[in-house]
Design a protein around this ligand. Sequence first.
Ligand code: EPU
Length: 336
Amino acid sequence: MKRIENYDLSARNTFGMKVKCALYIEYDTVDELKSLDYKALPQPLLHIGGGSNLLFTGDFPGTVLHSNVKFLKYVDMGLDEVLVTAGAGVVFDDFVAEVSGQGLWGAENLSLIPGEVGAAAVQNIGAYGVEVKDIIAGVVCLDTKDWSKTIFKTPECAYGYRDSRFKHEKGRYVITSVLFRLNRRYSPRLDYGGVRAALEGHDLSALKPSEVRDAIIGIRRAKLPDPAELGSAGSFFKNPVIPREHFERIAEGNPVAPHYDLPDGTVKVPAAWLIDQLGFRGQREGGAQVYEKQPLVIVNATGSATPAEIIALEQRIIAKVKEKYDIVLHPEVEHI
Ligand code: EPU
């Protein structure tokens, strides 16, 4: 177990904010986590994963905890369905690479999403028509109330768009591992945006999960910054969902407004389009910048952007989108 006081969190948040916490603890086993005297630690407590969806708005006065519990265990009965348990600290994309390489379908569309397995199950990460809830069979937690082991089946996790019960019952459950349900049977999902087009030239009837993974990696690399080179936390805002009448008013002035009709009659509008329409692409606030290739992403362009600069840019975008479209954008990135 690692225990470091007055810890510099720069390398623990992909935005690269130079902030500190009073205490940082990284545990290697669930028993180590259980052995902590929670009440004696600097408060509040915050569990982080890869730090790829966080914006620290300043120094953190409490304890940051991080799981280094890394294991992958297959439950393979020789049937189509294969169960895989992964420790919360496994890098999510390592898991995707591994299972896709084994010829198992289900995770490949989620390739290259930054972060770790535990946080993926909190955030219900999603991309290219798949959300992680679609392949989760259960989530294993420690209930900090009495340190008992609690297993939630997927329907009990209250999953929604980038949402789950773990976000609402903050701090109560610590995810220790996640049980995934994957499949040997040919089951690619190619009907989202440019996925099928990216596979042109491939024999679709003999497709392997690793080929879809490679295609997804290509699409993401073209659009999203690599956090190792340019600090960001992926999409900064959620895509807003609005009533149909509201969308029709927007479409009157913009016949090409992109949108996706949802089954309940509401309409999802890409926040990137709204932000782009208002001329924000490439705009800066100090070291913070709206990413040129994808205006839904805010980047730490200079490497020394401050939380205040990022928040100033965020607020400018929210205010303009509200003024012009009467839509309130909500950040996807968690502000700490
Ligand atoms: N959409 C569809 N069908 C499509 C294409 C798009 O329903 O064929 C919907 C999507 O549900 C999405 C919206 O239209 O909400 C816009 O989609 P687009 O592919 O343009 O992507 P985006 O809004 O730029 C979202 C995610 C990304 C994810 C991509 C690809 C959010 C906030 N962002 O981005 O996730 O990689 O879709 O699936 O939902 C992240 O969360 O950090 C992130 C990068």
